[in-house]
Design a protein around this ligand. Sequence first.
Ligand code: MSP
Length: 533
Amino acid sequence: MQNIAFPGACRSLETDTGMKKFYITTAIDYANGKPHLGHAYEKVLTDVIARSRRMLGHEVHFLTGLDEHGQKVQQTARKRGIEPIELCDEAARDFQGLCRDLEISNDDFIRTTEDRHKAVVRGILQKLHDEGQIYKAEYTGYYSERIEQFLRERDQVDGAWPAEYGEVVEITESNYFFRLGQYQDWLVRYLEENPDFIFPRFRQKQVLEFLKEPLNDLCISRPAERLSWGIPLPFDENYVTYVWFDALVNYISAVGYGEERFADYWPADFHVIGKDILVPPHSVYWPIMLKAAGVPLPKSLLVHGWWLKSGQKMAKSTGNVVDPLDLIGQFGPDAFRYFVTREMNVGQDSDFSLELFLSRYNSDLANDLGNLVSRVLNMIGRYCEGIVPPAGAVADEPERDLRALWEETRERSAELYAEMQFHVALDKTFAFIRSINRYAEIRAPWKLAKSDDPDDRARLRSTLAHMAEAVRLSVALLKPVMPGTAGRVYRLLGLTEVSEWETDLAWSSRLDGVRASAPEILFPRPKTETGEK
Ligand code: MSP
């Protein structure tokens, strides 16, 4: 893992030198379905990292996109009586709409049906074929249409194919194979020598476990008569490219593989993916494809867990999906972004429930943060004619405690961000937010406002200045997760946003004399317990 640092800590940024951008990707989603909570989560997680890196001064390139080829797209399009590309165009609108609605800051959106992608896939296939790393052979095996893969006999359970494979048929056909197996020892060595290649580390062990079995060569073609919706092999147009060989290449085709600019992006810093697509696609096929093509490996794979619903993976096939757009429509993008980041320990699974969502929304967002912001703005309006007063000389124990807690929160958050412990970082930030509320209780500015004593007036001004600055700092720290809310609070406080954390997270007197606005309700209460307004 690379180090990141906030002000005050040692700044060590591997990617800070030269032209190399911090390049981060999500998986590209299947065009065959609607976006669900799992897709939305992955984009938010990646966006939180991308935004935090930008705020640390990195030049970030954030890629997401759509995986458009394959059997399922072809079948669904056929059933609906439309062309596969029409189905993909619809999906592209849905998934791009999801990115927009969630305020995802991706710099690019790749579709695997684009020429820029197809040309790179064909170029790599041709190169590997010319070098003898791809060969043709006859193969008989059990094929699952649902997962578009040949199965091994040992995938059977008690002599039968598990239901997840759908219909399994025995077929014999000629196909093209990529010499995956010859790289097995190299890959094992690579993983052993690079224990941080996969985060969290326990996932790397799963890959090594998988690699204890002999690795077969990979069938990278499908006969065009069975599957026409794919990229034709450049050396034999009777076949199209196997979807994974096609899809994985998006990570390099999108950033100009083969062009000079490629070096500004590659190697990617993180591929963010779910645990279901680690073994074998991202941890075995992809590293070996790159090695064979003479391209360096990505720096790391960040593997998140699943969102479950009542203990089951949320998936189109089980029909238990949560439509993120419903939640975003009702509660706004930041509430959604906050919830998924707060509830998911990256790497583990997490169960979704509306009750939990509402409880986080009401207690953390509406109560702790929303009420605090209104309270501060109200008091600045009522007692200081809307102008944030300077803190002055008052700095007794409550002020010192508040500032000390801020320093601790900021430093700890830097470590937690570097460790991908975003849920704990949010927990700490909200602990700080609650401590601002406690500070207000101790100082009781509403009582100080009733006094004519000049010391009380000075204390009142200092209290409001401390509260306002502490609120500003909290939302600055929340910015990667809740960019809209941070921007809104900054505007209410009469400030323009600062793009770098280096300056933004330092306790300052930037608010002195600034005209603040009247409060607005940041997180309106849902009308009923089910969340309906
Ligand atoms: N198209 C492939 C990925 C190709 S990447 C070169 C694919 N698509 S997917 O639509 O099924 O999944 C896209 C991403 O969403 C994957 O990283 C997957 O793990 C993630 N999720 C899908 N369902 C999920 C949950 N229920 N929970 C969290 N994320 C999961 O796989």
